[in-house]
Design a protein around this ligand. Sequence first.
Ligand code: PLP
Length: 426
Amino acid sequence: MSDKHSIDTICIQGGWQPENGGPRQLPIYQSTTFKYATSEAMGKLFDLEAEGYFYTRLQNPTNDAVADKICQLEGGAAAMLTSSGQAATFFSIVNICSAGDHVVSSATIYGGSSNLLTVTLKRFGIETTLVDPDLPEEELAKAFRPETKCVFAETIANPALVVLDIEKFARLAHSHGVPLIIDNTFATPVNCHPIQWGADIVTHSTTKYMDGHGMTVGGCIVDSGNFDWEAHKEKYPGLTTPDDSYHGIVYTERFGKGAFITKATAQLMRDLGAIQSPQNAFLLNNGLESLHLRVPRHCENALAVAEFLQSREDVDWVRYPGLPGDKYYELGQKYMPKGTCGVISLGLKGGRAAAGAFMDRLKMISIATHVADARTCVLHPASHTHRQLSDEQLIEAGVDPAMIRLSVGIEDKADIIEDIRQALEA
Ligand SMILES: *Cc1c(COP(=O)(O)O)cnc(C)c1O
């Protein structure tokens, strides 16, 4: 497989390449260990002198085939699967940040990512400054410190549906000599290629559209190979100076464009063990084989639902970056001309009370703590994910107490709209 194939072809053909007489479908290497003929052959693997598998906590052939597919989809140089999207975010940051370091992150990111950065990583001595991604470049530049090691943001923020100006963030990161890490979960590589716009590292919660069927929790990190770690040697000693836990290997010297992913595999997977199970990687691969068909349908359905909601008197507001007139419509058109995502947020005229009543009356659409799934589902953050907060605290956290998050699936859009209509009118 090569870069000349289109996304649609890579979804189907990328990754697993059978040898003559080999299985056409991706095999599940349901094995913790791998056998070698000589002690020396195995020793070379431990020294990273030869490529191969020895223990599934570090690497597994099923996982690597799927990571390779996602790597091609994103146009990257190297990739790895992780056990969850949270693990992907965690690894992508701690691979280059240690105690005393600092991260500049968009404030409008997934709640789990913001907890990871501002609570858990803070306990580890890594500080994060959250910034309003819509601020002008000069304002955003004030968040940087000498110890800043990376910038983090989402292509389309979950659940705020803010579209990131990726070029602005890439310029900002690079003018401060640090890489831009983008969580591309909501847009998927079908709709957006952050690397083409200057992102250096891309992460995914594959739990969402990539799996697409609500079957497996998983994550992925893709490195573009574009960031010049050597040019900022003093900032990234973990990549550019000898690793004592691997007999003095210097990742950038030995692995070039593969340095970031090799270090994350050799050190972080070894020590933290957040590997995806080969069984889940197999299921994820099945999901990826229809990603290019599902994502456009999610977008088509979501736009139809957003237009319907906008036409209703009983709907107070609708937010969808694919909807003309939305605050992020222009940025969406620039970075995702084929479509944005399937997630919409809305508020009903009756506020918080009306939200609960509306959701209880839905028949086909289910109430679920999930998004980006084949089945349409709804969530009321004030009653569910942010339940512990008062209305006042909700507003402070940027969550409207009335806000309903609607993840539009790939059913017939007429049936989705009809279910919403009857629930509004009942
Ligand atoms: C769900 C989600 C995550 C976390 O992923 P898990 O697979 O649930 O660990 C990270 N980023 C975004 C944008 C998400 O939607």
